[in-house]
Design a binder for this molecule. Sequence first.
Ligand SMILES: [Zn+2]
Length: 198
Amino acid sequence: MAHLPNFIQKLIDEFDKLPGIGPKTASRLVFDLLHRKEDIKSLADNLNIAFQQIHLCPKCFNLSDDGLCKICSNPNRNKKIIAVVAHNQDVEALEKTGNFQGTYHLLNGLLSPLEGITPDKLKINELEKHIQEDSAEEIILVFDQSMEGEATTIYLSKHLKKYPLKISRLARGIPMGANIEYTDEVTLSSALENRKEI
Ligand SMILES: [Zn+2]
C-alpha cells in the first residue's frame, strides 16, 4: 500500500502478527482505529502500561504485575496441587470453572518436534524446581486434545516419575482436537473432577 503513510503500513504489519488475524482483518482494524482518535490514545496508553508493568511470576510463569502472581501469593490456594498448562488462556479457562483451588505452572507451549519445540524450549526445569519448592503432591496435566498435547502428556508423565507425586490427566469427555480454552465450563469442570491418574 505505497499510497499510505509508512506508519500505517507498520501498524497493519503489527496487527497481522497477532494470532487469528490475517492481513485483511489487520487493515480493517487499523483503518477503523484511525477514525477513532480517542480510542487510539487509550489503547496506546494501556499498551504502554502493559509493556512497562507486565512481569511473569517467577514460580509459575503466569502473568503478574510484580513478584509472585495473585494465585501463587494467595494463601487459600492449595500449593500441593499444580495444574500444568500450556498457555495463559488455559489458566483463564480453569479459573472460570470456579472448581480448581490448586495452583498452576505454565509451560509456555506444548512439545512439537516438527516445529522444533523440544523439552528444553518449555519451562520444564522450572516445573521441577516448582514441584520441589512446594513439595507438590499432585500434578494435573491439562493440555489440548491434540498430538502436541498427547506428546507433552507422555513426556512429562515419564519425566516426572522420579518424584513422589500423583500425576493425573483430565478425564475423557473433551473431544479430540478440542482446545482447553474453548471447552465449556461444565465439561472442563467435570473432566477435572474425574481426572485419571496416569
Ligand atoms: Zn505464580
